[in-house]
Design a protein around this ligand. Structure first.
Ligand SMILES: Cc1ncc(COP(=O)(O)O)c(C=O)c1O
Length: 359
């Protein structure tokens, strides 16, 4: 059995793959399978309603929030957030916590005046921007954060306070890995291919009062308001991904919900960080304890010339897709919900054995 540690698209739960094979690709008496039916028909409406209802339950979603199932990835949201939330303002606050927050800023900067209100320290050990109360620039429409930096392996230990300014979060790599206090946010978004389902779908959760900021002249598929009005069906939505998302939400509910996901996530991460910290410096984690992501575990071999041997021997041992991001190198193990605890145990064991042989 091989374990795929890819940062995304990532492993899906075995039970979800089995259900998908059984339920999605079998034709019914109407001559169509689940992804061949009209998106405006009753059958797909039921799929959407089910996914929305399940997610509402998992998140204990307050009634003042709307769930959107949108085509595309988180990168599209980097533009859709300013397009939908700036309203009459030009100013948006961003926190620089690493790679993806900087990509978000670069896209927003094409549409808004971006003010960087917090930065990560930029030197070792790496850390998230200090939370606490952040000063917001005058007339600022929203404040954007990336609670879990997938590339850097940094996670915020606590959310910042932004007063009346709505907090917007790119939760792509941490969504559904722990309970989320939705009421603290104006908008949350996450693309699917880590913890929700196959690529092509992004879930956005928008506080109702912010919908009036989507201007009528906006292109209809990009408008949060229009998508809410039309039940995420302004045009043909990513039906396969939505259907599979519903199966993933069922799987999370059947396996104890978000509290159980968080507990498993902490156990898996603790094994790998213990393997790093217990290696007498053979492996090094660049992120400070307390700011280390439980989802994307990033480390280096002190002898960098051993990295290729580590990666190829791991691959041969069935521990796949561990190569770090192309800009940072090293090793990255992503432990999304569908990674069984045995995967983390196997990897920790491999790390100890490799260190013994080469240390
Ligand atoms: C935190 C974060 N934001 C944004 C993205 C980009 O997502 P997509 O490829 O779905 O546009 C990723 C992808 O890894 C991510 O991890």
């Amino acid at each position: 059995m091989a374990y795929n540690f890819a940062a995304g698209p990532a492993r899906l739960p075995d039970a979800v793959l089995a259900r998908a094979a059984d339920e999605l690709f079998r034709r019914g008496p109407d001559g169509a399978c689940a992804i061949e039916r009209p998106f405006t028909g009753e059958a797909f409406r039921a799929v959407l309603d089910h996914a929305r209802q399940r997610l509402t339950e998992l998140l204990a979603l307050p009634t003042s929030y709307r769930i959107l199932f949108l085509a595309g990835g988180a990168l599209q949201q980097f533009s859709l957030v300013p397009m939908n939330l700036l309203g009459a303002s030009r100013v948006a606050a961003y926190a620089d916590s690493g790679y993806w927050s900087r990509r978000a800023m670069a896209e927003a900067g094409k549409l808004a005046q971006v003010e960087v209100v917090a930065r990560h320290p930029g030197e070792l050990p790496l850390a998230a921007p200090a939370p606490g109360s952040w000063d917001m620039p005058a007339g600022c429409a929203y404040c954007h954060i990336t609670p879990n930096e997938t590339v850097d392996g940094i996670a915020y230990p606590a959310l910042p306070e932004t007063g009346e300014v709505p907090l917007v979060a790119d939760c792509t790599s941490s969504f559904l890995t722990e309970p989320l206090d939705v009421a603290k946010f104006g908008v949350i978004y996450a693309s699917a291919q880590k913890n929700i389902g196959p690529a092509g779908l992004t879930v956005a959760i928008v506080r109702e009062d912010l919908l009036e900021r989507s201007r009528p002249e906006m292109p209809a598929p990009f408008s949060y308001r229009r998508q809410v009005e039309e039940g995420s069906c302004v045009n043909t939505p990513p039906m396969l991904a939505i259907h599979m998302a519903g199966l993933v939400f069922d799987w999370i509910a059947d396996n104890g919900g978000l509290a159980a996901m968080a507990a498993a996530s902490q156990r898996k991460a603790a094994r790998l960080y213990a393997a790093i910290d217990g290696s007498a410096g053979f492996y090094r984690a660049p992120v400070a304890p307390g700011h280390r992501s439980p989802i994307n575990i990033r480390f280096h071999l002190a002898e960098t010339r051993l990295t290729e041997a580590f990666l190829s021997e791991a691959e041969a041992a069935g521990l796949t897709n561990l190569r770090g991001h192309r800009q940072l190198g090293g090793v990255r193990a992503s432990l999304y919900n569908a990674m069984p605890e045995t995967g983390a145990v196997m990897l920790a064991g491999f790390m100890a054995d490799f260190a013994r042989r080469y240390g």
